[in-house]
Write a protein that binds this ligand. Structure first.
Ligand code: ADE
Length: 268
């Protein structure tokens, strides 16, 4: 799998892509991520990439020429993209912007099925609309807040997608965790069994596998109920009979425990 990232700040990607799990995965050849400097296709002596907005107003706008030229070079297109020759590729060419569709785990999974992904990072007040319309086929936002540029968003997407590729993580881990099935993860504990007076729940120390699995599932439900009731609503109908029984137990426990308190997790 290959990511091409079009950016004005390729150096921002060096640390994230070469460190830790992603760095190791890249050196093992499990995926490849390359950052390309859009300014290399900038206009004139000053390598200009932005300009004043037509119609006036504050801020600068990304010009289309450098971005289209950079994309055409990266994709090695035989012909320039134009009205007569629209972008025609069967993989995602993604514009990062706060106006995009919200990036989710489900989209990460979809993207992980592709061999190639292009990510375009904006800066300034925005892009010339022709970039969004004709140089890309998808627009994604990582959340309802505005960043200074798309670079951090691109890193988030590379990270979330790359780790789904077989071999990048230790086997199994991606399936159990939050958001694959939209339940939050149960709490994790490791040694020591008691730390400064705080104990690991007895059930986990017991070594009884079936009971541990049930405890974990219940705590997943509890956490989702407390923190993301919207997710629980989505999956409630998909629970099997046994799971529904556990959910009823959690509900019961919570109503018995809660009345006056907001210290929801105290007794986990
Ligand atoms: N660029 C600026 N803000 C962004 C966001 N929230 N998501 C993606 N790209 C962005």
């Amino acid at each position: 799998m290959r990511f091409d990232i079009l950016t004005l700040f390729p150096e921002m990607f060096e640390a994230t892509l070469s460190a830790s799990i992603l760095g190791r995965a890249q050196s093992q050849g499990l995926f490849e991520a390359r950052a390309h400097n859009i300014r290399d296709w900038g206009l004139g002596r000053h390598k200009q990439v932005d300009d004043y907005p037509y119609g006036g107003g504050a801020g600068m706008v990304f010009r289309p020429e450098p971005l289209f030229a950079c994309l055409e070079a990266v994709l090695e297109l035989p012909e320039a993209i134009s009205l007569e020759n629209p972008l025609a590729v069967d993989f995602p060419v993604i514009l990062l912007s706060p106006q995009g569709e919200r990036f989710t785990q489900q989209i990460a999974q979809e993207l992980a099925n592709h061999q190639r992904i292009v990510l375009i990072c904006g800066h300034y007040e925005g892009f010339d609309e022709r970039i969004a319309r004709y140089a890309t086929n998808r627009e994604l936002s990582i959340g309802d807040y505005v960043l200074t540029g798309g670079e951090l968003a691109a890193m988030v997407i590379v990270d979330a997608v790359a780790r789904l590729k077989p071999g990048v993580l230790a086997e199994e881990s991606p399936h159990e965790e939050s958001h694959t099935r939209p339940l939050l993860e149960y709490p994790h504990y490791t040694r020591p069994a008691e730390f400064r007076g705080w104990k690991v729940p007895d059930m986990l120390v017991s070594g009884h596998h079936a009971k541990v699995a049930e405890w974990r599932f219940k705590e997943s439900l509890r956490r989702t109920m407390q923190r993301r009731p919207d997710l629980l609503e989505q999956i409630e109908t998909e629970l099997d009979k046994k799971e529904r029984k556990l959910l009823a137990q959690v509900r019961q426990e919570e109503t018995e425990r809660l009345p006056a308190s907001d210290s929801i997790e105290e007794n986990l």
